[in-house]
Write a protein that binds this ligand. Structure first.
Ligand code: ADP
Ligand code: MG
Length: 399
């Protein structure tokens, strides 16, 4: 079941449709973080250097109103791409029609163009997001080959991924290098990990991560639980959790997961508590057996960091989703930093972090280079960790 990658395609003189993930954060028409554009360069350069003609496109945000046609234009991303490539990127301010078709026809090998935000097609009947059959067919008709490098939308069935793949022709869809990495590392960790596999789960809600916990309970040797979700488990065990975040309606589920886990789920033994959700309020570390009624747990404590670090030191594969505490506040970032440290100390292990806030935490805390792989997809990495088949990946041709 190996998927084609861009290096498996004969690109010379071919019109190559390239689905990118340029869903970059913007403020007042300016890009505030160009990581995703930088990350796309290897795939684009490879196609250009091998004589392909690149027709690039991506979605940007959600498009619901006429005003969005101005504020959600992807032109700033095309301009930034041109700067990074040190090359002209011809921008076509539309998603279909004669101007776009003429630009495609005029493209020479080694040249690149980009067209508008694919979700402009959502304004009139959600054509992109509901995978309107005519739209996928039309976009496919513009190119000879299709390279999908947008892992962030791989869990969606949109015209700009599966619609094009279904129409471009047999054997003509390949993964770009970013997509290839996600398949190799997340897919590899879930399907065929080198053991022991230690999963670390945290973040805000159990309910967001039920599928991930269930899938990893089968596959991982241990699951370390931190973040706010720990309190739902602690309460399910009958402990007092004070003002901590607990999902009352998930207590039965937490109980049944604990029963199924057979000791695989490792819960914190201490927590940092405060009366307020506030970095500057007084805080202290207490045993999970003594959480004061009027306080909330905002991080794992030092004894738990030690316990988790010992578990992590045995791992050959680590999969991490969800921060250990409210890492945005320095006083509650220590648990997340401690786990980053434990992972940084591993040798010869594959370490993967996924999830929007988790990836942001690893980067913000200065540990980005310590991971084998930081997944770029939020929802997509979660669904992949749940063991689901992602339509965007399924639609890539087999080798
Ligand atoms: P991801 O985006 O990586 O999947 P989540 O969105 O599930 O992660 O969770 C991230 C959020 O969880 C962070 O904003 C963090 O502040 C919050 N969080 C972690 N621990 C706690 C806690 N003990 N109480 C409240 N919020 C928490
Ligand atoms: Mg999140």
């Amino acid at each position: 079941m190996a998927k084609k990658i861009v290096t498996d395609l004969d690109l010379k003189n071919k019109k190559v449709l390239v689905r990118l993930d340029f869903n970059v954060p913007m403020k007042d028409g300016k890009i505030t973080n160009d990581n995703r554009i930088v990350a796309a360069l290897p795939t684009i350069k490879y196609i250009l250097e091998n004589g392909g003609k690149v027709i690039a496109f991506s979605h940007l945000g959600k498009v619901k109103t006429k005003e969005d046609l101005i504020s959600k234009s992807i032109r700033p991303a095309a301009n930034r791409l041109a700067e990074l490539l040190e090359k002209e990127v011809k921008f076509i301010p539309t998603t279909k029609g004669p101007e776009l078709e003429a630009a495609v026809d005029a493209l020479k090998p080694g040249e690149i163009m980009m067209f508008e935000n694919t979700r402009f097609e959502d304004l009139d009947g959600k054509k992109e997001s509901s995978n309107d059959p005519e739209l996928g067919k039309y976009w496919a008709s513009l190119g000879d080959l299709f390279v999908n490098d947008a892992f962030g939308t791989a869990h969606r069935s949109h015209a700009s991924n599966i619609g094009i793949a279904a129409n471009i022709g047999e054997g003509k869809t390949a993964a770009g290098f970013l997509m290839e990495k996600e398949i190799k590392f997340i897919g590899g960790a879930v399907d065929n990990p080198t053991k022991p596999l230690i999963a670390i789960l945290g973040g805000s809600k159990v309910s967001d991560k039920i599928g991930v916990i269930e899938n990893l309970l089968d596959k991982a040797d241990k699951i370390l639980v931190g973040g706010a979700m720990m309190f739902t488990f602690l309460r399910a065990l009958g402990k007092n959790t004070g003002k901590s975040m607990v999902e009352e309606d998930k207590l039965d589920l937490a109980k049944s997961l604990l029963d199924k886990a057979n000791g695989k789920l490792v819960l914190p033994i201490d927590t940092v508590v405060s009366k307020e959700f506030n970095n500057d309020a007084p805080h202290k570390t207490v045993s999970v057996n003594n959480i004061p009624e009027d306080q909330m747990g905002l991080d794992i404590g030092a004894a738990t960091i030690k316990l988790f670090s010992e578990e992590i030191s045995n791992a050959k594969t680590v999969v991490w989703n969800g921060p250990m505490g409210v890492f945005e506040m320095p006083n509650y970032a220590k648990g997340t930093i401690g786990v980053c440290e434990a992972i940084a100390n591993l040798k010869n292990s594959t370490t993967i972090i996924g999830g929007g806030d988790s990836a942001a935490a690893a980067i913000q805390l200065g540990y980005a280079s310590k991971f084998t792989h930081i997944s770029t997809g939020g929802g997509a990495s979660l669904e992949y960790l749940e063991g689901k088949e992602l339509p965007g990946i399924v639609s890539i041709s087999e080798k």
